[in-house]
Design a protein around this ligand. Sequence first.
Ligand SMILES: [Zn+2]
Length: 236
Amino acid sequence: MADVALKPREAVTTDISALKQQLVDCIRMLEQSDIIDYNGHCSIRLDDNRILINVGSCQRSKLTVADICTIDMEGNVIEGNGKPPLEFHLHAGVYRARPDVRAVVHAHPKWSTFLTMVGQSYLPVYAQGSLVYPMPVLDSPNSINNKPMADRLAATLGDRPAAMMKSHGAVTVGKTIVEAFVLANYLEENAYRQYMALQIGKPYSFTDDEVALCREKLWTESLFKRTWDHFRAKLG
Ligand SMILES: [Zn+2]
């Protein structure tokens, strides 16, 4: 499936049509992995603070580039066939607070949300999952559909690559949509393994040294690319 593999250059492209296609691929991969449902949303920040984001009403499982709109930081549509999701504030809030962030994934995945429903802390129970540990949690299940909530989420996220939102969902951020996608995948997979392990005992939680080693060895563009390509190839 080399023909659909992400070439290194494409991971940092500034070509808008290529970025739109990456965003579409990201959302479809998250949908296929049961991380995004009919309601999640992902975005890419362009230069001059314009944002590419899927329109709120689109069908995530059959997404195309026609479902991507361009908005400004206030949510006004600059280009596209529909309105952004009501939670566009989440994306704008993160971009306001984090100049280093160029892509945001927000989903309402099951396994990580089970943990926050019962106040169970996210633990690093598998190597890739440790990349987003420690995990801040927003202490509210409310939708991020206004600026005060967006600022609250951004403050919870701080300088971290991911945060969970109590009984609501998760957000991951990155320098590219590849990074934000891959981290969302690792986060949910870790939460799944933690949840399942909890059914039969007390899961082993990586030590600080083990977490540091994972970060040194696994936070690499090549592993992120391989993870993306693995799921991208399944889209066909
Ligand atoms: Zn949400």
